[in-house]
Design a protein around this ligand. Structure first.
Ligand SMILES: Nc1nc2c(c(=O)[nH]1)N[C@@H](CN(C=O)c1ccc(C(=O)N[C@@H](CCC(=O)O)C(=O)O)cc1)CN2
Length: 309
């Protein structure tokens, strides 16, 4: 389930929302995500409760996982009911089905902090997609352990925060993560995106960011985890290279996979050729994963994801 460090925005919005005039009420679009142990009657109960709030359902997808016994539901709908009223309707359903359920204003944008190092192609693709209106995210800051990509941030008029990490210096890495935590709080960040950020995050930070940090790994996982995956792949003589966007966990490049793409390669290409060909799919894979997360289409099912694309 797409996770946020704060209760669902609808609850926050409801807490401070004044009564919306009737003419604007029909414009209340919401996304409901619901995950619970599978049993009969879930969809009936949830859609019945929405019907009682005069909801018009625009999109509804569901999946029952045979492996985990979990049921997943994503409903996009319009309703004249306030977010506060909808949250009140959800509460008994959470209890009845022991469900993880969140309600999101469909128009809300995900506050996303992007982290990078020296390679800027995936950062560039993310910022281009945002500027083109293809990615519903706001980017309050870009954080990097190098200054190479500061001009790119400046072009997009996004604050660039240089947070250096001295190689092999644990104190430096701890200081960097302390600074990162400050930024996460200061900007009320919902999502962290590692856009070829080449530092391993600590176990503690991974725990705090569970379900809301996405990394792009430049291989078709689970093959070639860790550093220099294209060189590992070239050594192995692969005929496909790829990119994988996944949630970040303390197990390096083992987090739940969100999106993947592959590219054909041949024996005649060098590792450097693989690096160049790989760039063509890394950015689009990361953009797709971030968009799906921002649209609350990705729900966690243990070590795997359910993606209602
Ligand atoms: N806890 C996690 N941190 C990170 C993950 C992750 O899945 N869990 N993904 C990586 C990205 N990555 C490959 O995609 C990767 C980045 C860096 C390294 C690495 O060995 N880094 C060295 C330093 C290298 C340098 O200074 O240039 C290190 O951190 O000691 C391996 C894989 C991002 N972080």
């Amino acid at each position: 389930m797409s996770a946020s460090h704060r209760r669902s925005p609808s609850a926050d919005a409801a807490a401070c929302r004044t009564e919306t005039p009737p003419e604007a009420a029909q414009e209340r679009r919401h996304v409901l995500t619901f995950a619970c142990p599978d049993r009969r009657g879930i969809v009936h109960a949830v859609t019945g409760a929405l019907l009682e709030q005069d909801a018009d359902i625009a999109e509804s997808q569901q999946y029952g996982s045979p492996d985990t016994g979990m049921f997943f539901l994503r409903v996009e709908f319009r309703s004249p009911a306030s977010a506060e009223r909808l949250e009140a309707v959800l509460a008994p359903l959470r209890e009845r089905f022991a469900a993880r359920a969140s309600l999101w204003p469909a128009s809300a944008r995900t506050r996303t902090l992007i982290m990078c190092s020296k390679d800027g192609h995936t950062l560039n693709d993310l910022l281009f997609a945002r500027r083109a209106g293809a990615l519903p995210i706001d980017v309050p800051a870009i954080v990097s352990n190098h200054r190479d990509l500061e001009p790119l941030a400046a072009f997009h008029e996004i604050p660039f925060v240089h947070v250096p990490v001295a190689p092999g210096d644990p104190a430096s890495k701890r200081a960097a993560e302390d600074r990162l935590r400050q930024l996460l709080l200061e900007h009320e960040v919902d999502l962290v995106v590692l856009a070829r950020y080449m530092q391993i995050l600590s176990d503690e930070l991974c725990t705090d960011l569970a379900g809301r940090a996405i990394n792009i790994h430049h291989s078709f996982l689970p093959s070639f985890k860790g550093a220099r995956p294209y060189h590992q792949a070239h050594e192995r003589g692969v005929k496909l290279i790829g990119a994988t966007a996944h949630y970040v966990t303390s197990d390096l490049d083992e987090g739940p996979i969100i999106a993947q793409q592959v590219q054909p390669v041949t024996h005649a290409q060098t590792a450097a050729d693989f690096v160049e060909r790989g760039r063509e799919v890394e950015g689009s894979t990361l953009v797709r994963a971030v968009r799906w997360h921002a649209e609350h289409r990705v729900l966690l099912d243990g070590r795997r994801t359910v993606v209602f694309a």
